[in-house]
Write a protein that binds this ligand. Sequence first.
Ligand code: NAP
Length: 295
Amino acid sequence: MTATLIDGKAAGQAIRDKVAAFVPEFERRAGRVPGLATVLVGEDPASAVYVRSKNRATAEAGMVSFAHNLPDTTSEEELLQLVSDLNADPRVDGILVQLPLPRQIDATRVIETIEPGKDVDGFHPMNAGRLASGLPSLVPCTPFGCLYLLKQQLGDLSGLDAVVIGRSNIVGKPIAQLLLAENCTVTLAHSRTRDLPSVVRRGDIVVAAVGRPEMVRGDWLKPGATVIDVGINRIPSADGKGKLVGDVAFAEAVEVAGAITPVPGGVGPMTIAMLMRNTLVAAHRRAGLADPEGL
Ligand code: NAP
């Protein structure tokens, strides 16, 4: 079998186009465009690239971005003060503090300081708790993007066996909650799971969010399974530049799976698309408007 490739680039662009199409109507009704504040602390090159792409995508969608670039010597109190100022700023609908943060700053305290209605990353315990309780919330962007791709590929997920590998607050736990809400039977595996290959083999859906290059082998998969590879790992390559691979051994998996996301070009582009979606949704809620439909 050769698996269908799930094109996250196309799906992500379609979401960004839809978000952009909602902005003029929002502006007409609210008298302003949605605003996203990004906060980058320090000079981590990967983080700087991510934040720049987020600011660019915001502008492309016709929304306004407020970029705050702080030195890596910033104290926790200074960052908390900036977050409080952004909470109070009526032009700001979404606040994104890029992780990881420098050592002297407690990321949990920062996340807990973000106003939950502006928490477009969906990491605040209020949003995590509401997601777990089946209540409307702002959902973390990467898992939301994974769910979107799964529904686009499979339609109704009800009754399917889903195996999620990885239990981080950012990916594993929220995607497990989202799949449960879609009536999947969910197994959440982690580093202490016994006999992981046989657990993974149960999955009609497999979501790998581990951070270990090509850990999931082709013969771990149920034939025809739909595989969502969240991992982004840089490994050495012959040309010395290094190359990106996922948590799934793609060349093997593509022979067994029914459908699979490539790395890059699968889950990656969905994260920014869902950030744009969350910013638009947060803006509607803050303006007392109904959520935009079809997003
Ligand atoms: P994380 O916080 O490091 O969590 C990794 C999870 O994998 C943990 O729950 C850990 O289990 C589990 N794990 C580690 N080794 C394992 C093993 N041998 N067998 C089974 N489970 C194992 O990572 P994360 O933030 O969720 O990110 C995971 C991957 O997704 C990374 O490659 C990251 O770069 C990528 N990512 C991509 C995007 C995107 O595309 N936009 C966004 C976020 C993350 P324990 O809990 O037991 O330690």
